[in-house]
Design a binder for this molecule. Sequence first.
Ligand SMILES: *Cc1c(COP(=O)(O)O)cnc(C)c1O
Length: 390
Amino acid sequence: MKVPDRKGYFGEFGGKFIPETLSNALLELQEAYSKAKKSREFRKTLSYYLGDYAGRPTPLYFARKLSNKLKLKIYLKREDLLHTGAHKINNTLGQVILARYMGKKRIIAETGAGQHGVAAATAAALFGFKCEVYMGDVDLARQKMNVFRMRTLGAKVIPVASGSRTLKDACNEAIRDWVTNVKNSYYLLGSVVGPHPYPVIVRDFQSVIGRETKVQIIRKEGRLPDYLIACVGGGSNSIGMFHPFFYDKDVKFIGIEAAGLGLNKKHAATLLKGKKGVLHGSKSLILQDSFGQISLAHSIAAGLDYPGVGPEHAYYKSIGRAEYAAVSDKEAMSAFMSLSRVEGIIPALESSHALAYLGKLARKSPNALVVVCLSGRGDKDLEIVRRWAE
Ligand SMILES: *Cc1c(COP(=O)(O)O)cnc(C)c1O
């Protein structure tokens, strides 16, 4: 059973729901990617930049004090130590090198909180691409620092004033731009979402997380972990961690979503509360109201408030391969403080959601061997945390 199938379906999820005008562009991308994947030159280039530029392999750190405190054996996969502070650079380096391989001259991206925009602008600067990033003007006002970061890196940030003026509208504008400029432009998607082949491309570039983890945990523990835990926004750091362990049936996957203010409030977890539907070109689970309108997700962790989720996660859920749970803003905040105090590591608020689940896991499975994907560092979140504490 190999997913996705040739049409990009993970079970009933995924596929390509796109305007006719994009179908050639997606086919071109699919062909180029299949070729690039087999090219020694491409793989050598990517692996060089992941190592010397981004800082791979990242350590698998045994969190001894946190383990003692929670009565678990906890390892942290330190994606927070990468250049730009999170796993997103794994994907943007991969795709920008692919864009160069395809002979494109310009990168288009969309961003919500700005983290993918910054990672895209970074890779674009490194390879000399023109980079234009669409961003809802509500997000633009909220994320001034990231806007400045992107501009410093030479990217052009384009405000989007339509719809809810946030990520989903920025996606629509980016796709519109791509349709018009498809000849010279590469559309750089930030998570395992969108039409086929994007969920596969992003998953493959992020799978370096799980591949490294497997080698490292066997070296340190002589066996595979009982649990892998990662936070789920669009789903890329978690799929990157989970996918290489897919056939290791004794390794349980737990994806943690943001419940925002709590599961009974409106804007909550996509995999737990979403319904089947089509968003940004693929079929998956989506937060929507009783009229089928897309709801806005909400979380203190900006990277988790996307109303959709990658089709591979919807599939893992449907076949019972992964389990999903949700953690509230408050629980994530408490895990943020705890890791900072106990281990001297300030985690991203997104990653803090994964950490917050450890207490619950310890009650269910004491002494289990667990790897948590620490998807990013928390420097970017200090202002939010400071205001929360007031
Ligand atoms: C963007 C982001 C996420 C969420 O995105 P995924 O595609 O679900 O990984 C999680 N953690 C950090 C630090 C992020 O920047």
